[in-house]
Design a protein around this ligand. Sequence first.
Ligand SMILES: *[C@@H]1O[C@H](CO)[C@@H](O)[C@H](O)[C@H]1NC(C)=O
Ligand SMILES: *[C@@H]1O[C@H](CO)[C@@H](O)[C@H](O)[C@H]1NC(C)=O
Length: 195
Amino acid sequence: MANTFLKLKPTIFFTILLLSSNFIPIIKSHDQFSRKLTKTEMGLKREKLSHLHFYFHDIVSGRNPTAVRVAGAATTNSSATGFGFMVMIDDPLTLGPHMGSKIVGRAQGIYGSADLTNVGLLMAMNFVFTEGKFNGSTLSVLGRNAVFSAVREMPIVGGSGVFRFGRGYAEARTHEFNLKTGDAVVEYNVYVFHY
Ligand SMILES: *[C@@H]1O[C@H](CO)[C@@H](O)[C@H](O)[C@H]1NC(C)=O
Ligand SMILES: *[C@@H]1O[C@H](CO)[C@@H](O)[C@H](O)[C@H]1NC(C)=O
């Protein structure tokens, strides 16, 4: 009997500990660094896949450029690719290919020449949407853009608003490039998983 009681003792001790009113609040206290959550607690239902289609207007010329060079390539020996130049952008995104077309958002961020031998831009930008249910939501793009390739693929590394937990990729195709002014219109197809 004494032996059985001794064996039970730890179990009883832990049961009392678990039932004690102080135990749970300690676990959930605000000074706890991390905790596990379920998708339902976060209000996350089924993951959706969305396809967005729009045109990106990179305007470097004229009185109101939306793409401005903020750093140049090294002047001592500029490479054929302009390695090192950086451009800050706040480019309009439109439904159709023409500038007068409905604006659905902006592309805000930076691109720069990151390849010494072949033209390859590092794109680090956010698509900031202003249309419909996407108004106020963003998608973040971080990728390589070989602008002279027919199709460029860039990862969507995250998002905000309706695009929380977003991931996917963007496909860019040059629709129009003005050799005189340097202005470009680029067609974007974005495929993104989100909740
Ligand atoms: C300067 O750049 C060219 C390519 O544009 C390259 O061929 C050459 O070797 C470079 N010179 C130096 C000193 O780095
Ligand atoms: C988008 O949201 C802003 C800020 O809440 C609001 O001013 C604007 O009218 C909205 N636009 C559309 C098209 O819903």
